[in-house]
Design a binder for this molecule. Structure first.
Ligand code: HMG
Length: 388
């Protein structure tokens, strides 16, 4: 049987960040609450020159060859911070990236879960059409508002994944178990640009969904914790994943418990410094695991827990392929983090309030943003994207 899965992965987040100790001090909180209790050390700051389209374009562009661009026949754009209620972000991407005009383009939404749904649609499509490739992007900006309890869990960025036959990184196994329930733990009304959230309730529901889909996965697959080299989680903040992991650790022996905790640390290195990127968070965590784990090997099975408020949970597994690290863009995240510019809390607050909103024409100064794709403003209510 032909193996179908993730061939390449690439990541982008903007060039500015804030320090969580400074945010804690500014908000009158103990720094260790943010560093340990929440598990975040830095947070990406999204300038007016970036939105979900430019971030997705910047992520995908770095991994796509000229032949990939010809062979892609579908672009699936997962986001819950889309820039238009009608037109999909994927259509912009197709033009900006010079992808085959005979590709289909569509945007998908179900809170943080849509990236996983897109990936599964891509897998199933390529299973039927093994000569074709699908581009999946998960791009989001997590916004709760200044001086809210969710502020420490903001962030933003995009993960791009190319799904193909005979993939370099991982096979996506056909073992998904999922659960949906109509609940109000987190939502964003159509008129609002910040999320509404019942924070503690959302964290409890996340854990409940994880336990439910994990239990069902074990029953349906006949597998148990000993079949997994690592578990990767949707990380709205990195302590959330640790809480879920602790729910299943007692099922492992002492040696495996220590190993799973080590892999978890590898899986949150990047998320600690970026923050939540909603649809992309689980996949940034996977990227972090692949680059920072000391012990992963070809053939290892990785458990993936996806959660999207509202709510939907899914558990499935990946199997690492022989050259799994060759599918990542070498040194990409390390250099992105090393080159980010520090922003003070007062400056971050100004940037936060200076996003492109409303119908007015506006020109945005892009000179400080070194990214290839930027948002240059709005004319006649149309976003003006530029390729620098
Ligand atoms: P909060 O009320 O400010 O924090 O909100 P807290 O009082 O619950 O404290 C947080 C943790 O810090 C606690 O640990 C404290 O004990 C600890 P826990 O009991 O949870 O293990 N703590 C300390 N630790 C060390 N040293 C100290 C210290 N002080 C306190 N000195 C909350 C926190 C996460 C609720 C808030 O930030 C929030 O509402 N965030 C947004 C919602 C969210 O991220 N929910 C996660 C689950 S829902 C989800 O994942 C979906 C989502 O991504 C959206 C989507 O699907 O689209 C959000």
């Amino acid at each position: 049987m032909t193996v179908i899965g993730i061939d390449k992965m690439s990541f982008f987040s903007p060039h500015q960040y804030i320090d969580m100790v400074e945010l804690a001090n500014a908000r009158g909180e103990e720094p260790n609450k943010y560093l340990i209790g929440i598990g975040q050390t830095e947070q990406a700051v999204i300038p007016a020159t970036q939105d979900v389209v430019t971030m997705a374009a910047n992520a995908a562009d770095e991994m796509l060859t000229a032949s990939d661009r010809k062979e892609i026949t579908m672009i699936l754009f997962a986001t819950e911070s889309g820039i238009d209620n009608s037109k999909s972000g994927a259509v912009y991407l197709q033009r900006l990236l010079g992808i085959n005009p005979y590709a289909r383009t569509i945007e998908l939404k179900q809170a943080c879960y849509a990236g996983t749904f897109a990936l599964m649609q891509a897998r199933d499509y390529v299973t039927l059409h093994p000569k074709e490739k699908v581009l999946v992007v998960a791009s989001d900006i997590a916004r709760y508002g200044l001086q809210t309890s969710g502020e420490v869990t903001q962030g933003g960025g995009a993960v791009a994944m190319l799904v193909s036959a005979n993939p370099m990184i991982a096979e996506i196994n056909q073992d998904n178990q999922f659960l949906s329930r109509d609940i109000m733990d987190f939502w964003r009304p159509i008129y609002a640009d910040t999320a509404r959230v019942d924070g503690k309730y959302s964290s409890n529901v996340y854990q409940d969904f994880f336990k439910a889909v994990w239990q069902r996965y074990k029953e349906k697959s006949g597998r148990d914790i000993s079949d997994f080299k690592a578990l990767a989680f949707h990380l709205p903040f990195t302590k959330m994943g640790l809480k879920a992991l602790r729910d299943v650790l007692p099922e492992a022996n002492d040696e495996q418990q220590a190993a799973l905790l080590d892999e978890f640390e590898a899986s949150r290195v990047y998320n600690k410094r970026i923050g939540n990127l909603y649809t992309g968070s689980l996949y940034l965590s996977l990227y972090s695991l692949l680059e920072n784990s000391q012990s992963l090997e070809a053939g290892d099975r990785i458990g993936m827990f996806s959660y999207g408020s509202g709510a939907e949970g899914e558990f499935y597994s990946l199997t690492l392929q022989p050259h799994f690290n060759s599918g990542l863009v070498t040194g990409q995240i390390e250099s992105l983090l090393a080159n980010r510019q520090y922003v003070s809390i007062p400056d971050y607050e100004k940037i936060f309030n200076n996003q492109l909103r409303g119908p007015e024409d506006r020109v945005i100064d892009i000179k400080d943003d070194g990214a290839k794709f930027t948002l240059h403003g709005q004319k006649n209510e149309q976003r003006q994207y530029v390729c620098n």
